[in-house]
Design a protein. Sequence first.
Lengths: 382, 418
Amino acid sequence: MTSPSTDHVVRRRAGTPHTSMFLRMLVRAAVLRRGRAASALLAMVVAAAVATAMLNLYVDVQAKLRREFRKYGANIVVVAKDQQDLSADTLSTVRSTLGHGGSAVPFAYAVARTAGGHSVVVAGTDFEQVRKLDSWWSVTGWPKASHDALVGDRAFSVVGPLGKSIDLSFQGRTIRLNPAGTLQTGAAEDSRVYISLTDFAEWTHVPYSTVEISASGSPQEISATIQRLAQALPDADVRPVRQVMEGEARVLGKMRATLLVASILIILTAAVCVLSTLTGWVSDRRRDFAIMKALGASGKMIQGFFAAEAAALGAVGAMIGFALGVGVAIWIGRANFEVPVTPRFAVLPVVLVGGIAIALVAAILPISLLRRVQPANILRGE
Amino acid sequence: MFLRLLYESFRRQKRRKLLAGIAIMLGVGVATAMIAVATDIGDKISRELRSYGANLIVTPQEDTLDIEIGGVNLKPPSDGAYLSEADLPKIKGIFWRNNIVGFAPMLPVSVSLGEMKRLTLLGTYFSKQLAFGKQDFTTGVRVTHPWWRVQGSWPDDNSEDILLGGHLAARLNRKAGQEIEIGGQPRRICGILSTGGAEDDQIIAPLPFAQQILGRPGAVRRIYVSAVTKPEDAFARRDPKSMSPEMYDRWYCSPYAQSIAFQLQEALPHSHAEQIRQVAQNEGTVLSRIKGLMLLIALAALLASALAVSASMATAVFERRSEVGLMKALGAGNLAVAVLFFAESALLALGAGSAGFVGGALLARQIGQSIFDSQITIQPVLLPVVLIIAVIVTFGGSAAAIRRAVKFDPVYALRGDV
């Protein structure tokens, strides 16, 4: 009398003899021919890793490069319409419209007189924000305290030596400033004296007239931002800085195309490598094929066997390769852009399907060639 | 006998050799193309980055302070020093003249239009024909300020036509093709200019017109120069006066923004040249990032092709175990067999590698033409380098398989057992 559990096993074995044998053959084939299976798997892993890294880079590099291009400074400028002032809440409106996707810096300008009678443009701004927005400013010392000033390289000649305080007058009101450092940009900023917006407003009572905005995102997102800003600020003029936007679009477009070509070429090469290794692996096993056929396996069954084997290899290789490739992409991001590339899991199905497809093609091709050959001939060694 | 074996092997196994050869060709081709693109991309992107406009500015040495807010100059017109227009072509005579993409002189003057006072009229070159020595070239804002857009047509540099800034045109309610009176004379508005900058509120005119209004023929206020430069490093920032003669030569002969500015200062009397940091500094960062990225990608390509080549070689050798068995059964030593196989691999690597190099060069050319609209130059030194790599990789790929094939007992190999 059999116990219920053995009975169960017997019934299961009786019901699925093929599956069990099939699995056993798959596993034994991989275990017995470790060397060949390992080299095929290795090729698959490396190819999948290279493909993953390239696809990840292709998707992510544009975001990374955009970040670099943001260092060119403002790409949107808000100015008052003809001879009007910007309303006092412009800056807060801009900031709430932007959300986290950018920064905004106010600028106020006035022409003041130095003690020596020269005219000089004084600008009021938010130093902390400017430092982030205009990273190319070459500054010897940023102002920290109130009444500290940043003196342009050219303005320096009229306002006097560093270390001595400077007196500037505007409409009869005088302010005493401590130059904290000099500023060099090679552009209009060199002829100005920069002070903090609070000092500027107290002294001149002139409100800010320009808001420079650095909005991040693709060209479409930036034009959407411009439209939203224009709607939120009906009495101001919202302009894109074309110099910055067009330059970025051009370079990014070329880089995108180059990366695409590079990705295609490299993935193609990796695919050829997998194809040739796997083809070799399968045709190497002619004798297994012949024995199976001699023992009465149908052509379909054998094809299924080899296909399953190849698919399993492709899937395992692609998974390991994906993990490796993500690692490589992260490393490249860190080495080149100082920020890791974020892994894109959307790449995984592509790599997985691609890996299995290549493995299947590599397995089926030699099998269909072998199908026409008599098993006896193969077994005899011809 | 050896040569015959070699020859027969290639003659009789055309298909297999062809397959291995194709793999090598593909691998070498891709590697060559990617290396060529990576080494040349710095130059290409550098030229693309010129679309950010001028990266150097030349001003008079004894210049007074600019008093300018939002593009409106508040300085009395008589104030300030000028550069001489006649000196301009000398810019094309400096050491790095081939790196000068273009330059545009600017002369802002104040004009009044009816009740609108203190408008800025900017005199400049649009696309002017100049000559220095035997060299003819065209330069102007269309090169140095490529983001300027004109609705209508660009004025001719020798005409008296003008461009009207977009905002100003809207305020004045003028369109392209109409006339406007400036300085008592009617001028034709050739086009409406849109730049997204201060120029939108200005009048842009050919240089002689601005000089005529100012009453100073040949005067130029500043010159924008667009040059292809090398990213700045610590050496670039050093003061040329404190350098030893050899270092000075090296600095002078490197296309840093600083050294080009220095050479411009030498070429133009009483001038002061400086980099426009917004453009020059960021160019350097973007460029080095892109170069680094392409280098890493070229390495990835090299790895992928090395793998492809070695994999196909290993397969090719592995398939010939019975042949090895036969040779050994006939008395060939391990060394003789290995030498034969290595000679075959080397021949294959050299032949297919050269073909792959040619293919890769063509591919790189195609990439250069379709993406960057310019040639990608292939350094001839790349050929031996690529071939040596191909031979090493082919050897590496076949070595393990050859070793296994040689060690195999000929009896089993001949019987077909594995």
